[in-house]
Design a protein around this ligand. Structure first.
Ligand SMILES: [Zn+2]
Ligand SMILES: [Zn+2]
Length: 332
């Protein structure tokens, strides 16, 4: 009998297109699940890896860290999951549990963290292995494709939103997959959304208004009122001084992306008066439990663009060119 195999879209090196490959079907280790992948979201982080802007991937690599799948096999020490369960796998794939960050509730900053679709093969594939301790049951009421963007756009977006404290007037720069989820949660919490898009992107502005933004305009425009906080999802450093300029005294700018172009010089006046500039890195499992419980209560609706797995290169290209309304999701 021939050995069982799986297929995947494989990254051999940065700045090369992914290629389809047939690989041996892996056996799960003691703590692992083997999933039959049913959907995997395409995230801007994947683009940063392909483009060589994130420089520490395992190679060759299977991208993808918004994985929805069904448990097909599991290791002897796995707890809380059974064959056939629907499971979500996020970016945070492993932490050591012992470093100073892990011991103080900040496992997102773990010194020895490993990330799905970066140092661990991810979900641009028919099957994948995942450490069950970092996997989640998913809320009902979402199809597999609809649930996929909750796992990064949703989780990182939610963590970014938490970092804005009790801000009522909230600016969002870059209205893609993360923003479309955050906007719904923020509105549910009684906040007002001011959406900033590429200057002439009428389609993104209309999408933002549909999701309840009280104002939508170009990132070169000033909002009609000073903002309490702003989240920047677009990977453009020039938006940092723009967002600081839009803040009231004591406001905070949260950079929600993993990579950004250089931030241009700006006068200290923009930061003065206790304005705060900070980033958000990764997620904790606590963020995931909170957000996955909250999402169906809002209820967060995800706008997805399903595409066949073999079209992963085209999906990445459309994301790069800003040609997606909502989140691309690969379906094997
Ligand atoms: Zn740690
Ligand atoms: Zn992501």
């Amino acid at each position: 009998m021939p050995p069982l195999t799986m297929h995947a879209m494989l990254l051999d090196a940065a700045r090369q297109p992914l290629r389809i490959a047939e690989l041996p079907l892996p056996e799960p280790g003691p703590q692992q699940l083997r999933l039959r992948v049913t959907a995997c979201g395409v995230c801007r982080t994947d683009l940063h890896i392909v483009d060589g802007e994130l420089t520490d991937p395992k190679l060759p690599l299977v991208l993808g860290h918004e994985i929805v799948g069904r448990v097909e096999a599991l290791g002897a020490e796995v707890e809380g999951f059974a064959i056939g369960d629907r499971v979500g796998v996020p970016w945070l794939g492993f932490t050591d549990g012992t470093c100073p960050y892990c011991r103080t509730g900040r496992e997102n900053l773990c010194d020895d963290a490993r990330f799905t679709g970066y140092q661990i093969d991810g979900g641009y594939a028919s099957h994948t292995l995942a450490d069950a301790r970092y996997c989640f049951h998913l809320p009902e009421g979402y199809s597999d494709a609809e649930a996929a963007p909750l796992l990064c756009a949703g989780l990182i977006g939610y963590r970014s939103l938490k970092m804005t404290g009790d801000a009522r007037r909230l600016g969002i720069y870059g209205f893609g997959a993360a923003a479309h989820i955050v906007a719904q949660v923020a509105r549910h919490q009684g906040r007002q959304i001011f959406a900033f898009t590429r200057p002439v992107d009428g389609q993104a502005q209309a999408f933002a208004r549909e999701l309840g933004a009280v104002w939508a305009g170009g990132s070169d425009e000033a909002p009609p009122e000073a903002l309490d906080a702003a989240i920047i999802f677009a990977p453009i450093g020039a938006l940092v001084p723009a967002a600081l300029k839009a803040l009231r005294k004591g406001g905070v700018v949260v950079c929600g992306g993993i990579h950004m172009s250089d931030i241009p010089n700006f006068p200290y006046d923009l930061l003065w008066e206790e304005r705060v500039l900070r980033s958000v890195a990764n997620l904790t499992r606590e963020d995931a439990h909170e957000f996955l419980a909250l999402a169906p209560k809002v209820p967060v609706k995800t706008t997805v663009v399903p595409m066949p797995l073999i079209e992963a290169n085209q999906a990445l290209d459309r994301l790069r060119k800003g040609q997606l309304t909502g989140a691309a999701v690969l379906v094997p």
